[in-house]
Design a protein around this ligand. Structure first.
Ligand SMILES: Nc1ncnc2c1ncn2[C@@H]1O[C@H](COP(=O)(O)OP(=O)(O)OP(=O)(O)O)[C@@H](O)[C@H]1O
Ligand SMILES: [Mg+2]
Length: 175
């Protein structure tokens, strides 16, 4: 990776600092960007993880597609499946009309799942299915839909710990 390319990325995103670890992280982001691989960004709070999904999306073939950032930790457990995967009219009180979820809206683009370690287990199961086959089902529906979304996720949790505590699916982690 040319050092000038890293400098360029830093300028474009307003990232400051010259730590080797920072440069290495940007280098890796540029390398994975053109692939369609799912990416998990880990690191403690405040280190600037939120820049990386954007670096990845902007340097990918999906850059003209949509980019949707979702803070999984900020959405109540009762509505997260509906937000991510959509719902059908009448599937729960307040579901007055059909709603498209982020995975349908972001078809052809990238979804950033921030604080992914906070996802409830049933939502993790739905997410695993999207990762494995691109398939999802709206809340209250029985129709399987397809989407082509690249997933970039971030967490400040110790995922090994979350897995051994039974709060995060091991199969999803390895995906
Ligand atoms: N290298 C950097 N250059 C410029 N700004 C930075 C850098 N690192 C962090 N920041 C800024 O610090 C703040 C915190 O960063 P950010 O929210 O991305 O952290 P995070 O890794 O997502 O933390 P958390 O796990 O708590 O969500 C942001 O306003 C971000 O712009
Ligand atoms: Mg963050």
């Amino acid at each position: 990776m040319a050092a000038s390319e890293i400098v360029q990325i830093k300028q474009r995103f307003g990232i400051i600092g010259n730590a080797p670890g920072l440069h290495r992280a940007i280098d890796i982001a540029i390398q994975v960007a053109p692939t369609d691989l799912s990416v998990l960004i880990t690191g403690e709070s405040g280190v600037g993880k939120e820049y990386f999904p954007q670096i990845i999306h902007q340097n990918s073939r999906r850059k003209h597609g949509s980019y949707i950032a979702v803070n999984c930790g900020a959405i109540p457990e009762g509505t997260i499946d509906s937000e991510l995967f959509g719902h059908e009219k009448g599937s729960f009180t307040g579901a007055l009309s059909d709603r498209k979820g982020y995975f349908e809206v972001a078809d052809g683009g990238t979804i950033f799942l921030d604080e992914v370690g906070e996802l409830p287990l049933p939502t993790q199961a739905r997410l695993l299915r999207v990762l494995e086959s691109g398939e999802f089902i709206k809340v209250g529906s029985s129709k399987v839909q397809k989407t082509n979304v690249r997933i970039v996720a971030a967490t400040n949790l110790n995922m090994e710990q979350a897995i051994s505590d039974g709060r995060f699916r091991e199969d999803l982690f390895y995906r």
